[in-house]
Design a protein around this ligand. Sequence first.
Ligand code: B3K
Ligand code: ZN
Length: 883
Amino acid sequence: MDIASTPSNPSGNPEMADAAFEPHDPATIFRKNYTPPSWLVPEIRLDFDLGLELTRCVATLTVRRNPDGDGDQTLHLCGDNLAVMRLLVDGAEAEGWSMSGSNLLLPLPGASHVVTIETQLHPATNSQLMGLYASGGMLCTQCEAEGFRRITFFPDRPDVLSKYTVRMEGDAATFPVLLSNGNLVETGKGEAGRHWALWDDPWPKPSYLFALVAGQLVANRDTFTTMSGRKVDLAVWVREGDLERTGHAMRSLIASMKWDEEVFGREYDLDQFNIVAVSDFNMGAMENKGLNIFNTRYVLADPETATDGDYDGVEGVVGHEYFHNWSGNRVTCRDWFQLSLKEGFTVLRDQMFSADMGSEPVKRIEDVRILRAAQFPEDSGPLAHPIRPDSYQEISNFYTATVYNKGAEVIRMMHTLAGPERFRKGTDLYFDRHDGEAATCEDFIRAMEDGAGLDLAQFRLWYEQAGTPKVLMRSEFDQSKGAVTLHFEQKVPATPGQPVKKPMPIPLKVALFDRDSARHGGERLLVIDKDKASFTFDGFARPPAISVNRGFTAPIQLEAESHDDDLIFLAAHDDDAFARYEALQQLVTRELLGAIEHGPDEARRGAIVDAVGAVLADPGIDDLMRGELLMLPTITFLLELAAPADPVALHRTRERLKAHIGTRLRAPLIALHDRASAIPYGLDAAARGARKVKTQALVLLAAADPKEAAARAEAQYRAATNMTDRQGALMVLAGIDSPARSELLADFHARFAGNALVIDKWFGLQAGSLDPKVLDTVEALARHPDFTIKNPNRVRSLYMTMAGNIAAFHDESGRGYRMIADLVLALDPINAQTAARFIPALGRWRKIEPGRAALMRAELERIAAAPDLSKDTREQVSKSLDG
Ligand code: B3K
Ligand code: ZN
C-alpha cells in the first residue's frame, strides 16, 4: 500500500483515535487526573558532601499534611536511580517504608514530621545530564522537569513549594566556588583543605528550581539597583579564559532587569543574581531561582568567535531566563500540563524585549520564520498537541515549539485584542493574584479577562485544540456600491486524538489599499470566530489590494485568493514591514510550488526578480530588513503546503530560483556585497545589517555562479575581522567544490582549536553544506577526534544540522535517515532527552513522497524494535509511527 496515503492522523478512524487516548496505558499521565498533594514540604535543608565521583546528600524535610489533600497518610517521595542510605522520621529510624518502583513510600502517623533521607550520587557517571552531574571538572545540576528526584527522594512536582537552605562542603581546591539558590549566608573552612558555604533562599519554590554549582570558576561582576533601590550583586561565572567573552551576557542581564521593571513592572527580589555557564547541557539554559545555569553557547560571545545571531541568542536567552523570575518562579506551574503558562508567556516577554532592544519588524519576521519552520510541522504531524497538553508519557518531550512558540503567539493574540495598556493590567492582576502560588493556564486566562477586560470564553480553544488553523480568504467587489466584501472560512485540521475541531477566534489585522495612491484608510482588527465570516467595506472606486494578517496577528496558514499583481503591489507598497515581507514570500512560495508541478512561470519569475531588485535598490529599507527580504521560504515551510512531496525536488527548485535571481541581479548583488564589505565592524544596527546582507548577497551569487562566488567568499573569509563574516563566507564556500574549501575549513579548525563553541560551528558548517558528498563528510566527522557523543552541543552541531539539511537527510538512498536512527540508538542509553529530540525529523514521513516515507518509517520501526528504549524515545517513536 501507498504508505504516504494512509490516514495521516486518526481523523480517518475516530474509534482508533479514542482507543489510543484513553487511559489504558499506565505510563500515560492525564491532565484531568490532577489531585493536590497529600503532603506539603514547607521547608527543606540539603547538606551536600561534594565529590565528582561520589557526593553524599542529606535532605531534611519538614513535612505537613495538606489540609486540601486527600488525607493519604503515606508520604509519596519520587526517586530516580537512587538508593536509600538512611531514613529517619523525627530523628528515629523510619519504620514501615517501602519502595514502589523507584519511588519511596513512607507511612506517617501524625500531621507533621521531620524526615531525614541520605542518598549517594555519582555525578561523574551521570551522562543523562539530569540531577547532579559533572561537566568539565565542575559539579552542576539540572532539575526541570523531574531531575530533583535524581538527587534526593522528594514530592518532585511543581505544586509543592518549599523554602530551601543548602549547605555545601567539599575540597576547596577542586571546588573553590560554591553556589546555590538565594543569598549566601555564611562560609567557613573545614578540615584537610575543605571549605563550605551556606545558602538560603527566602522564596518558597518547587524542586525543579533547585540548583547547585561547585567548581573552578571566575566571575564577571557588576551591580544593578532595582526600582525600589535594592542593590543586587550580579555575577556571570565561567571557566578562566572565557571571562573576556562575558560582557554581552552581563549587558543583556542588566538590560533585562531594567526592561522588566519598565514594561511589566517586575522587580528582582534577591540580593544576588548568578549566571553560570556550563558546556555540557541538554538545552539552552535554566531559570533556577537566583542561580541561572546556562549552556555556554548562550553566555559566551565576542566578535571573533560569535556571530551576530549568537549575540542575539545570548541577549534573548539571558532575558528569557531572567524574566522567568516572575513568569515561572514567583508564579509557578501547578502541574506540567501548565508548562505553557510559564514558557509561552516568557517567550512572548523575551520576544518583546529583543524587539525593543533591536528592530521590531525584523524580530517579528525572525519569530514567524521559527514558528513556521519548527512549530507548524509539529502541529500538522504525529506529535501535534495543544499548548496545554491533555496527556504525556515523558514530560521532557513536551518542551516543544508548540508549548513555547505557539504558546507565545496565543498570549500575543491576547495582547493584540486588549492593546498594550489593558494587557498590562491583565498581567499585573495575574502576578498580584498568584504571587507565591502554583497556578494554571486557566488562572492566567481569568486574570486576563478580569484585568484586561477581555471575554476569552471561546478563546480558551487556543489552549485546548492542536493544529494550525487554515484560513481561506476571498474578496468580492461590488462596483455599483463601491464596496468590497472579504469572505473568510476557517478550518482547524484534525490532529491525533482530536478528530473534530471547533472554530476559534482568529484576530486578523487588515488594511485595504487604494492602488493609485498606495494608501489605506486605517488598519482594522477583524476577529473570525465562526466557520465562515464576511466583512464589507465601502468607499472604493475600484478593487483595493488587501493586506491580511499584518504583523502576523494570528498563528495561522492563510490562503488568500489573490492575483500575483496584488502580491507585487503589497511587496512594493505595504506600510507594514511584516506584510511587505510576507507578500514577497507568498509570491516566491507560489512560484516554487508551481514550478515543481509544471516548470517556472516566466512572468512571475520576472516579477520576483523586479521585487528583489527593488529591495536591493530601496534606500528606505535598512540592511537588517533587507537581509530578511532576501531570504527565500524554507523547505520545511514549503512542505507544509505541498505535502506529500519530494523534498529534494523542492530543494532543487528553490536553488534554481536562487540561481535565477543571482544571475539576473548579479550587478546590484555585487554592488551590495562591495558596499557592505566596506563598512567596519560594529555592533550597531547599520554594521550588523551590512554583515547580514553581505552573506545573503553571497548566497544568491553562489547559486548563480559558484566559481565567481567562491572567490568572493574566499576574499570575505580572508578579510574577516569577525565570526559573522567568517562563518558566512565559509558557509557559502562549504557548498562549493573548490580548493579554497578544504584549505579554509582547515584554517578555521586550526585557528579556533580548543574553543568548543567554534568547533561546534566547524562541524555544523560541514554537516549543513550544499556539498553533494555531505553524508560521507558527516560519517567521517563522527570519527573525528573532536567529536564526542557525550556533549549535546557537539551532537546537535553534527547530526541536528544534517537532519535539517534537506538534500542530505532526504538522500534517496535512505542513508541520511539511517544515520539519524543509528545515532538515536547509540545516544539513547547515554542521554535519552537529547536522543528523543531527533525522532520528529523521521516522524515527518507523512509529508514525504511514498518512496522516502517508507524508508523513514522503516528506520522508526528499527528504533522501536530496540529493547530497553528510554521512556523519552519510546513515546516519540510510537507516536510517530501510529499518531
Ligand atoms: N525551563 C527550562 C527548560 C527545561 C527543560 C527541561 N527538559 C528552560 C527555559 O525554558 O527557560
Ligand atoms: Zn523558559
